[in-house]
Design a protein around this ligand. Structure first.
Ligand SMILES: *Cc1c(COP(=O)(O)O)cnc(C)c1O
Length: 227
């Protein structure tokens, strides 16, 4: 077994162990491979190991990789801050955008999604710990932005994405994940089609799964350190 296959199996085992603790099906949590600052060769290798969904944070880097990996038919997720002058390229290239945090961005992504392509899947990014420098809407703004997004013809609202404060203690991270889960439950009442709660990274994926995450975004523990 090669290195990346082993790493993927190890992430799957961590997810399964966390799921077992709370009687969840391991298949109810998807792995999103965060490939920012990782090589095209590594992405190919992880794809050979069975991984299909990859995430990027920087548009220019993503466009270059996308062009070189067209043959694989990967599912591309954008997870970085969205600048309005980049929405056209993002709407053209990606299958998902997890970092929608204002109406203007949602509207532009919808309008610029090329005709004849499936709707762009989007998540609203929520700034769950109300950090000044972090992207995302505040918790009380989630439902309003969700309603706006849900009626746009070019988009399908899939759920919420969140990144807790990096300096949190594990206990604080659990609290943040639980608050995000409660927001997600409220969102699902209004938008039953929203099926994705994207939370958990290399260091805290177990805590996220225990709290109800349906998608963990893993970079370092899949690929190794970023270049
Ligand atoms: C980089 C990044 C990740 C992956 O982080 P790791 O700690 O390397 O697993 C996940 N989500 C977002 C939004 C990121 O920017």
């Amino acid at each position: 077994m090669n290195d990346l296959t082993e790493k993927l199996e190890s992430i799957n085992a961590r997810i399964a162990a966390a799921c077992a603790k709370v009687q969840r099906e391991p298949g109810s949590v998807r792995i999103l491979a965060v490939s920012k600052r990782q090589t095209v060769a590594a992405i190919r290798e992880l794809h050979t190991a069975g991984q299909v969904a990859f995430a990027e944070n920087y548009v220019q880097e993503a466009l270059e990789k996308h062009a070189q990996l067209q043959d694989l038919g990967l599912e591309w997720h954008f997870i970085g801050p969205v600048q309005s002058n980049k929405t056209r390229e993002i709407a053209k290239t990606f299958n998902w955008v997890q970092s929608v945090d204002r109406e203007k961005i949602a509207l532009r992504l919808s309008q610029q999604r090329p005709a004849g392509t499936p709707r762009l899947n989007v998540c609203i990014q929520v700034n769950i710990d109300r950090e000044d420098q972090k992207s995302g809407v505040s918790p009380e703004e989630v439902l309003q932005l969700a309603r706006f997004t849900d009626q746009l013809p070019g988009l399908t609202l899939r759920g919420l994405m969140t990144i807790p404060r990096a300096s949190n203690t594990p206990d604080q991270t659990v609290q943040s994940f639980r608050r995000a889960k409660r927001l997600f439950d409220q969102l699902q009442v209004e938008c039953p089609a929203a099926d994705t709660l994207s939370m958990g990274m290399s260091a805290d994926l177990e805590l996220a799964v225990l709290a109800g995450s349906t998608m963990v975004r893993i970079g370092t523990d899949l690929f190794g350190p970023r270049t």
